[in-house]
Design a protein around this ligand. Structure first.
Ligand SMILES: Cc1cc2nc3c(=O)[nH]c(=O)nc-3n(C[C@H](O)[C@H](O)[C@H](O)COP(=O)(O)O)c2cc1C
Length: 337
């Protein structure tokens, strides 16, 4: 018995373990560590600066940094921001094009950056653009209806986002235990579970529900390889207990983070009265501040509920194969009993 399956074969990895997007801050080191360990790491979107071209350059730098740290495949994550009138926001367009451009201009990056993950809004016309570029397209959704729509539009992999997840979650508030079996019954493309996984038990459970793997966030933030994020952010997550998190009004809908002054402000209000795009930028800056400066009281500290079960950092290099081994041992034990 091995954990190799159609998903691992599709993206060319050893274990069905993904580190999903953790924007709006730096993740090239975490991404490279996960890919190097046999999973799939993801370079995250770097926020929404007023100067979008500068943001695209930062994104490109992060892609290049990741490619310099591993020779294995990795992904990028780009949320699809949508205006009130339904148009895709310029930062999304700019980041998708920056990733495609990076592949065009560098053969080595083209070989490694083979997966693009979109989230938040529907990726529409970008689906063809990503496919035509020869990339595998994963799209994160919070409902089975959205999963079916994404599959019909040509997406290769759907990521089932359960309400317990960290960061932006679905307005439908569907938890993974209900959502994943619903979704795996409804689509034929591989499904990854995201939200609440932290070890081999979560991976074995996801596989039992018909998923092809797990996409984690919080577990990988809490790693010794994550030297870019402020230690106070990591400590706040390590200290989090059950009930310390809350879903508030985020940038693209409900967002899960720690209860603090920042999340209290956004629990009721959508913002302080600026344009929707200004409000979006302010919230992304607040998230970035917490990640880079460690302001864990006035900055938005995104985390999954799973932080309540994590009390120490892991070394990704050992953790990823160990998690796969643990899942395999559970599945073997259950099969023989
Ligand atoms: C700090 C943080 C930042 C995140 N940023 C993004 C992002 O930029 N794009 C995205 O699609 N998902 C984002 N997410 C969601 C993760 O990709 C992942 O789906 C989620 O963390 C899974 O739940 P878990 O934390 O329980 O593993 C973020 C999550 C966290 C905790």
């Amino acid at each position: 018995m091995t954990l190799a399956n159609r998903y691992t074969r599709l993206v060319g990895i050893d274990y069905p373990i993904v580190q999903e997007g953790l924007g709006p801050f730096r993740t090239p080191k975490i991404a490279a560590a996960v890919s190097e360990a046999g999973g799939l790491g993801t370079v995250s979107m770097p926020g929404m600066p007023v100067d979008i071209e500068a943001g695209a350059r930062t994104f490109r730098d992060h892609i290049e940094e990741c490619a310099s740290l591993t020779k294995k495949p990795f992904a990028v994550n780009i949320p699809v921001g949508v205006s009130l009138s339904g148009e895709v926001l310029p930062f999304t367009d700019s980041y998708i094009r920056a990733a495609l451009e990076a592949r065009k201009q560098d053969v080595q990056i083209a070989r490694q950056l083979t997966v693009m993950t979109t989230s938040a809004g529907f990726p529409g016309a970008y689906i063809k653009m990503i496919k035509d570029a020869g990339m595998i397209h994963q799209h994160k959704v919070g409902s089975t209806r959205q999963a079916v729509k994404a599959e019909q539009a040509g997406v290769d992999v759907v990521i089932a986002a359960g309400f317990e997840m960290g960061g932006h979650t679905s307005g439908k508030a569907m938890h993974t235990f209900v959502l994943v079996p619903n979704m795996t019954e409804a689509v034929t493309v591989p499904v990854l579970l995201t939200g609440g996984a932290r070890d081999g038990r979560g991976l074995a459970a996801a596989l039992a529900m018909g998923a092809s793997g797990v996409a984690m966030g919080t577990r990988f933030i809490l790693s010794v390889e994550n030297t870019d994020w402020h230690p106070k952010y990591l400590q706040a997550l390590l200290d989090a207990k059950e009930g310390d998190d809350v879903a508030f009004n985020g940038v693209y809908g409900p967002c899960r983070g720690l209860r603090n002054a920042a999340s209290a402000e956004f629990l009721e209000a959508h913002g302080r009265g600026g344009s929707p795009e200004e409000e979006m930028r302010k919230k992304l800056e607040s998230m970035q501040r917490a990640q880079s400066e460690g302001d864990v009281e006035n900055g938005i500290v995104m985390t999954g509920q799973v932080a309540s079960g994590i009390s120490s950092l892991v070394r990704i290099a050992e953790f990823v194969p160990g998690m796969a081994e643990e899942a395999l041992a559970i599945l073997r034990r259950l099969a023989s009993s």
